[in-house]
Design a protein around this ligand. Structure first.
Ligand code: FAD
Length: 404
C-alpha cells in the first residue's frame, strides 16, 4: 500500500495515524469475503465497519462521529484504502456516508439523533435515492411527486439505480413538492428531500439490478407512500441544492476510490512485469513496458493531487469545492480506467481471466465514470463554475459600481 502521498501538506498527524491503522485493518476486513452473496456480505461489512469504529467518519461527533465535522480527507483515505483491498468493502463504507450526508447537512436535531448514531454504529443501512428512469444526468426531469396531505406527504414515483436498494433501512428520497416554473427559468425548483424508512407502507423494491461489479442495487416504487411532515429534510423546495451539496462532498471520495483501484492495478502490473519472462528477459526490461509504467504512476499521482486538493480545500478553508471535486472525480476515474486497462494488457491472457485481480478491477472501475455525475457532466460543472466566475468579474454588483 502506498504511503508517500501521506507526507503531502494536505494531511495532518491525525490523517497519517488513521491511514496507518487502516493499513493494518483493511486486509483482515476483506479476508475471505463472499462476493456471490452481495447482500449478506454488504450487511456484514456495514456491521463490522460500524463495530470497529470506521463508520464514525461518516457522521459528525455530535451524533457519534469520530471528528467534529465530516472530514473529507478522512473519507478519502478510508475509501482509497478500502478500494485498494476490495470494491465491496469500499461500497459498504461509502454508502453509509452518501446515504446519510443530506441528514448531516440539513437534518433537524431530531432527524440527526434518530438516524446518524445508527449509521455510525452500522446498525442502520443508508441509501441516497435521486435517479429515476428518465432523470439521471438531467436531474431536473425528475418526476416523483410528494403531495402535501394534512399532516403528511404522499410520495408517488419510481427511483432507479439505487445503491443499497433492497437492503437499506432508510432512503433519502428526492421528490417534487411543486412544479418547476413553466417558463423553464428554474427547472430544479420544487424538488424537496425526504427520509423514508424502508418498511414504510407504499415503498417497495420493484426490481433488483445486476451489474458487472455486483453490489446491492434496485429500482424502488413509491405508491401512495405516506410519510409524516417530520420526514421532510431541509426546507421545502431546497432538495436539489441539498442533493448537490451532498454530491460535492462525496464526488471527491469517488475519486479516492478510483485512486485505490488504480494503485492496486499498478502494484499488480509492476509485480507481473518484474516476474513475467518474455523474449528471454523480464517484461519489465522492455522499454515499452517501462514507458507504460511511467504513464500509469504519473496519472495516479496527478489524480491523487486533485483528489486531496479538493478534500483539503473543503476541510481547511470550508470552501465550496464544486469545481475542484468535479475535476478530481473526472480525472481520477478516467485515469484509473486507463491505468487498469494498461494493467490488464500487461497481464496478457491472464488479464481477462475471471478471478484475476486486474480482471476484477476492470469491472469495478467502470461504473465510477458514470455515477454521481458522468464524466461529461463533471466537465460541464467545471465550465459552468469558470464562466460564472468570469461573468462576476466583468459585471461587478450594482453597489460596487455606485461607489465609483
Ligand atoms: C452502479 C451504479 C450505482 C448508482 N447508485 C446510485 C445511487 O445510489 N443513487 C442514485 O440516485 N443514483 C445512482 N446511480 C445512478 C447514476 O447517478 C446515473 O446512472 C447517472 O447519473 C447517469 O444517469 P443515466 O444512467 O440516466 O444516464 P443518462 O443521463 O441517460 O446519460 C447517459 C450518458 O450521456 C452522457 N451525457 C450526460 N450528460 C451529457 C451532456 N450534457 N452532453 C453529452 N453527453 C452527456 C454521459 O456519458 C452519460 O453517461 C447509480 C448508477 C450506477 C451505474
Amino acid at each position: 500500500m502506498h504511503r508517500a502521498h501521506l507526507d503531502w501538506p494536505f494531511f495532518d498527524l491525525g490523517h497519517r495515524a488513521l491511514a496507518a491503522e487502516l493499513r493494518g485493518y483493511a486486509p483482515k476486513l476483506v479476508a475471505g469475503l463472499d462476493h456471490h452473496d452481495v447482500d449478506g456480505t454488504c450487511r456484514r461489512l456495514v456491521a463490522t465497519l460500524g463495530r470497529d469504529g470506521w463508520l464514525r467518519y461518516c457522521v459528525p461527533a455530535t451524533h457519534g462521529g469520530a471528528l467534529p465535522h465530516v472530514d473529507s480527507r478522512a473519507l478519502c483515505l478510508l475509501r482509497e484504502t478500502l478500494a485498494y483491498h476490495d470494491g465491496l468493502a469500499d461500497f459498504a463504507f461509502a454508502m453509509q456516508g452518501l446515504g446519510s450526508g443530506a441528514i448531516t447537512l440539513a437534518g433537524t436535531l431530531d432527524q440527526q439523533a434518530r438516524y446518524l448514531p445508527r449509521v455510525a454504529r452500522g446498525t442502520a443501512i443508508a441509501a441516497f435515492a435521486l435517479s429515476e428512469p428518465d432523470a439521471g444526468s438531467d436531474v431536473a426531469a425528475l418526476h416523483t411527486t410528494a403531495r402535501a396531505d394534512g399532516d403528511d406527504y404522499v410520495l408517488d414515483g419510481t427511483k432507479t439505480w439505487i445503491s443499497n436498494g433492497g437492503i437499506a433501512d432508510f432512503y433519502v428520497v428526492f421528490a417534487r413538492t411543486a412544479d418547476a416554473p413553466a417558463d423553464g427559468s428554474r427547472p430544479t425548483a420544487g424538488i424537496s428531500a425526504f427520509i423514508v424508512d424502508a418498511k414504510n407502507p407504499g415503498l417497495s423494491v420493484a426490481e433488483r439490478i445486476e451489474v458487472i461489479a455486483p453490489h446491492p442495487l434496485a429500482t424502488l416504487r413509491f405508491e401512495r407512500c405516506r410519510v409524516p411532515r417530520a420526514a421532510l429534510l431541509g426546507a421545502e423546495g431546497d432538495g436539489f441544492k441539498l442533493a448537490m451539496r451532498t454530491l460535492d462532498i462525496f464526488r471527491a471520495s469517488v475519486a479516492a476510490a478510483a485512486l485505490g483501484f488504480a494503485r492496486r492495478a499498478l502494484d499488480a502490473a509492476v509485480a507481473h512485469a518484474a516476474s513475467r519472462q518474455l523474449f528471454g528477459q523480464p517484461l519489465a526490461a522492455l522499454q515499452i513496458t517501462q514507458a507504460k509504467l511511467g504513464d500509469m504512476a504519473t496519472a495516479i499521482d496527478a489524480a491523487a493531487l486533485l483528489t486531496y486538493r479538493a478534500a483539503w480545500l473543503r476541510d481547511v478553508h470550508g470552501a465550496r469545492t464544486t469545481a475542484e471535486a468535479a475535476m478530481a472525480k473526472m480525472t481520477a476515474t478516467e485515469s484509473a480506467q486507463q491505468v487498469i486497462d494498461a494493467a490488464v494488457q500487461m497481464f496478457g491472457g491472464r488479464g481477462v481471466r475471471t478471478g484475476e485481480i486486474v480482471e476484477r478491477l476492470y469491472r469495478e472501475i467502470r461504473a465510477l465514470r458514470i455515477y454521481e455525475g458522468a464524466t461529461e457532466v463533471q466537465k460541464l460543472i467545471v465550465a459552468r463554475e469558470l464562466l460564472a466566475a468570469h461573468r462576476a468579474s466583468i459585471s461587478p454588483p450594482a453597489n460596487e459600481g455606485d461607489t465609483r
